[in-house]
Design a protein around this ligand. Sequence first.
Ligand code: FES
Ligand code: FE2
Length: 402
Amino acid sequence: MSDVFVSSDPGTAPRELRDVVTVRDKLTQGYHDAVLEKVFRPSWFLIGNANELPKPGSFFVRDIPTFRTSVLVKRGKDGVIRSFHNVCRHRGKKVVPTECGWAEGTSSSHTCWFHGWSYSADGSLRSVPDENQFFSMDKAKNGLVPVRTEVWAGLIFVYFGGEDGVGLTEWLGELADGFEGYYTEMEKIGTFSADVRANWNIAMDSFSEGYHTIFLHRRTQPKLVGKDNPMRHAPLIDVYDRHVRVGTPANSEYLGPPAERALYAHGRKLSPAVETDFSLLPPAVNRTRFQPWFFDIVGHFPNVSILNGPHWYSVVTVWPIDRENTRLHFDLYARKTRHAGDRLAQAYTRGLQYTVAREDLSAMEDVQRGLDSGAIDSINLSLQEFSLQNRYAIIDELIGAR
Ligand code: FES
Ligand SMILES: [Fe+2]
């Protein structure tokens, strides 16, 4: 079935890739420390969709264990989206409390619950109880500490590497064009998080290939594979300098169970339905207009996989907590609803996608245990796992291990 590939010639990759990747060295504390400073610190991270902040004062907070911080992302009175460390300038408490690493809402200001210091929507320090008892404190210099933030095509990105690092457009490279009007049409319809006892690479690997579908998801998604392409060989693999785009095929004979067919007949055809009308898609989504197409996996180096579907997209974000523990966020988005039928279709796909994601989670800790055993030194990656080969190669390059 290798003829299914249309853009996966290993010779087109920007670096020499290896299908046998040593892993023993990648599980050491020294390697992990180097990855945090040389890979994660100077990277841009997708953190949300601008539609999650619909009006002035809208905010969300996300704890980021990799940088031991919590980030408040907020739309100001002027409509501008800014991000701040969610850390009070008085004595350091988290200003907006989080539950399971997350919070959201709308508020013109934020008051720290400890001693009542209050911050405006633009992050400036607004009021301090007993202000005249702080003799040297300069209010103007004690706003929330900003985090560099940019919005691209409706998506919000943050950067923890300082003001001098690479700009977002340059960072996105080949992915910077062709998505206009796609993310801006989508609204968030679900989110959940999980901590797993596995290295972050193991988590990323699971959401970067379709090779496992016929086996790991055989119970929840048995009909995703058809006779024409049982191993879900990718119709497209673009390997760029940092990022990747992998087209994943649908089963042309897929019909879905009766309930799913009824829901998707009255609402939008969400996952796992096969959509053949590509008229709403921008050029960068299913860029070869392949049929039968399911979705693209767009790997935003180093820690995000976006699954771009015809009327939906989902984001898997992987944050290393430490060398062998990882936090995963799953965020699901769909085109804005037109009527109740679309709402029902959203509810159906949300339940199904979470069930499938839990199967992915279940394999990760077993892989970690297998590697911990020391029984194997390396892993073997196929052509379908080309994007994994690329990520391991880039990381080795960045930390000087190759
Ligand atoms: S730590 Fe926030 S007001 Fe004291
Ligand atoms: Fe999976």
